[in-house]
Ligand binder design. Structure first.
Ligand SMILES: NC(=O)c1ccc[n+]([C@@H]2O[C@H](COP(=O)([O-])OP(=O)(O)OC[C@H]3O[C@@H](n4cnc5c(N)ncnc54)[C@H](OP(=O)(O)O)[C@@H]3O)[C@@H](O)[C@H]2O)c1
Length: 224
């Protein structure tokens, strides 16, 4: 059993809370503007509604699952970079925000979204995961078995965090497949505009796709 501190209790954070509660993990949920939402999710998962600072302090693994534009506020509420030092942080965010008078994929100046967030708490060990498939699809596909089991891509620069991420992804009901490090040539393929983003993959096809893509830059996500 792992103590999971979830910061952001919406579609994806709520899913992860439910998936991992079913597998017996200890769940803390935080960072909603509605205390009732947190209380409901805590009741659904047998977990606890806490503050982001408590989630960061008490969680062995921290999940950051807020809109891109709320990441800085979420990290500040958690207690900043120091509060996350030594923790494994699973980042589900995608870089959507204001683009040319509308809403779209932000240009991060050649960096991956995962790298941009990881730089905000550099003594944490960051994992990017749970970001490629819609929340509704994840909720319906979790727990499939055999050849239909759905792949959940993840990326991290740490072998130890990779082991933890794989366990949690399996416990959440998916098949973990690594895209590599947080560098754009690896994780970028699982971020918006990457070839692995938004698509349902199964094990063998996922491995083949990652082998084909790694070391190339995903198209359309900013300057190389
Ligand atoms: N939805 C998807 O299909 C999907 C799929 C893959 C990845 N993602 C990514 O995962 C992240 C979370 O997505 P989501 O769909 O779970 O988001 P969401 O449903 O909007 O949930 C966001 C959570 O952050 C909280 N929050 C606290 N302060 C906030 C603020 N100032 N502005 C906005 N939210 C605030 C929300 O609180 P309240 O309860 O008060 O709203 C909510 O608990 C995003 O970066 C998204 O791009 C989403």
């Amino acid at each position: 059993m792992t103590r999971i501190g979830i910061i952001g209790a919406g579609h994806i954070g709520g899913n992860i809370a439910r998936f991992l509660a079913r597998s017996g993990h200890d769940i803390m949920v935080s960072f909603s503007r509605s205390p009732a939402t947190l209380d409901r999710l805590a009741a659904d998962t047998g977990g606890r509604a806490v503050s982001p600072a408590e989630a960061a302090a008490q969680g062995e693994v921290i999940v950051i699952s807020v809109p891109w534009t709320a990441v800085d506020a979420a990290l500040a509420a958690a207690g900043g970079a120091d509060a996350l030092a030594g923790k494994i942080v699973i980042d589900t965010t995608n870089q959507f925000g204001p683009v040319a008078g509308g809403f779209g994929v932000l240009d991060l100046g050649g960096k991956s979204a995962a790298e941009v967030n990881a730089a905000k708490a550099p003594r944490a060990t960051w994992v990017k995961a749970f970001n490629t498939l819609t929340a509704g699809f994840q909720a319906s596909a979790s727990g499939r078995t055999g050849p239909d089991r759905v792949v959940m891509f993840y990326a991290t620069g740490s072998g130890q965090a990779a082991g933890t991420a794989e366990t949690l992804i399996r416990d959440a009901g998916f098949d973990p497949v690594a895209t590599g490090t947080l560098a754009r040539a690896d994780v970028g393929h699982q971020e918006p505009k990457g070839d692995l983003y938004g698509e349902e993959f199964h094990h063998d096809d996922a491995i083949a796709a990652v082998r084909r893509l790694r070391g190339t830059l995903p198209a359309g996500t900013g300057r190389p």
